[in-house]
Design a protein around this ligand. Structure first.
Ligand SMILES: [Zn+2]
Length: 202
């Protein structure tokens, strides 16, 4: 990102206007320095970070405001704002703002992923323990007895859950986990519902 864009994104236009001598009223309006007038027709929008004069029609962003006020080009205006507002950007370095943002986003994603990983791992372990319990407690006593539903569920799922825990959460790479995260949401939701139901019962 260029210095101009960095400054534009970081500098609050209200602060810029005030530091460069515009006397804003409570409605963020002031007498326009670019044409002769007595009433305030220059208006600043803090929401949109732009300025507009309804008398002479001039307007733009914080960069153009300073560039108009000091009669300098956009890059010089960006450097001036950087200095005046103490933004601390290095005018010779291309993209510190972008890098910082990228780093923050990466950290956030990693945090969310780590949380998901811990939660899902715990969930699968809880479910596996339930399945082991059911396998033992509801095993048919003899050949004639109809198998209990929970016993059947245990038989169907225990190896698969065991495999998921082992191959993805214990021995898997981050790619395996991300794959699981993206593609097995339904499975996780189903297991979550099962665990929740039986936690409530017990
Ligand atoms: Zn004007």
């Amino acid at each position: 990102m260029s210095l101009i864009r960095e400054v534009k994104e970081r500098a609050n236009i209200v602060k810029v206007a005030e530091l460069y001598g515009l006397k804003l009223n409570r409605a963020y309006k002031c007498v326009c320095p670019f044409h002769k007038e007595k009433t305030a027709s220059l208006s600043i929008s803090p929401q949109k970070q732009i300025w507009k004069c309804f008398g002479c029609g001039k307007g733009g962003d914080s960069i153009s405001l300073v560039s108009e006020l000091l009669n300098i080009n956009a890059l010089e205006a960006a450097k001036s704002i950087n200095y005046t507002l103490g933004l601390g950007l290095d005018p010779n370095q291309k993209s510190n703002y972008f890098e910082i943002n990228k780093y923050k986003n990466k950290q956030k994603t990693e945090e969310i992923f780590k949380k998901w990983e811990n939660k899902t791992f715990q969930l699968l372990c809880d479910y596996l323990h339930l399945l082991w319990k059911w396998e033992e407690e509801y095993a048919p006593k003899n050949m004639e007895e109809d198998p209990n539903d929970l016993f059947v569920e245990a038989m169907h799922n225990k190896d698969y859950i065991d495999y998921l825990i082992e191959s993805i959460f214990i021995n898997g790479t981050n790619e395996d986990k991300i794959w699981f995260w993206k593609h097995e949401k339904k499975v996780v939701r189903r297991i979550e519902a099962r665990v929740r139901t039986f936690r409530a019962i017990n």
